[in-house]
Design a protein around this ligand. Sequence first.
Ligand SMILES: C[S@@+](CC[C@H](N)C(=O)[O-])C[C@H]1O[C@@H](n2cnc3c(N)ncnc32)[C@H](O)[C@@H]1O
Length: 267
Amino acid sequence: MPICYDEAVPYYDATRGYRAGVAERYRDACLKVIGAAPRPRILELGIGTGLIAEPFIAAGHRYIGVDMSRAMMRELAGKLHGAHRPRLAQADILRLPFAPASFDIIQAARVFHHVEDWRAGIDEARRLLAAGGALLIAENVPPDGAIPPPWTLVQKRWDEILRRMGLGAAGPRRALPMADEIMLEYMRASGADAAIIHLLEYREKPISPRMMVERRAKRMFSSDWALPEAVHREAARALYDWLERECDAPDEMVERTMIFRAVVARW
Ligand SMILES: C[S@@+](CC[C@H](N)C(=O)[O-])C[C@H]1O[C@@H](n2cnc3c(N)ncnc32)[C@H](O)[C@@H]1O
């Protein structure tokens, strides 16, 4: 079942948004890596509220976005005031409503870790790429060897609590089956010229352990949406308990460095 972010709309931009300038740097890095022709036809898969799309749209690029969530895309449409209005369509990444060879760039940011059959997603994108076109699948990750900030303990603790309740770690993790290297192998096996590219490094907005606990308790992570209400309530209580009794600096605001890394392929 594809995941749909309808319920994330009220808090998505506030909790997942970037500092000023990061999305513009993402756009510039993406176009540079791809060596885009003038006026490329761009498709974004899982466009959401347009955090990545907005700078492309503002710069006048020919842009189309798809997402399972109409509500996320309505949020994006509400933010656009200029003349450029991208076409937005509700669609599953695995079944895209476009003719073959329609796009020069297809990109997906922070989406493919949700796509269980990611191989079929790559095949579908490939079908839509024009000759010379590129597919760019990006995820944000901490740099290798980075010391995790204190609030990342909240995630660990949450997973432990759920495991103790017999539920295993919560939700999909991008590091599992669709790790970049596995994707790269799949693309190459299908004849692609593919590489893993470091797109950009950026600083996230600062956050405290308490804020992370509140986000967990308010079900702001997609990995928690399938948890039954009673289970979630009990786990959240245990997490608050940990915060008050064991967490060293619950209100310390710490920011971290992240990297946007992408698998880029051409067939
Ligand atoms: C974490 S959000 C990322 C949104 C945006 N790319 C960003 O970087 O802010 C994931 C988005 O992908 C959408 N999505 C997840 N699986 C999908 C699928 N199979 N087909 C289309 N959209 C999907 C969700 O509805 C959600 O809007």
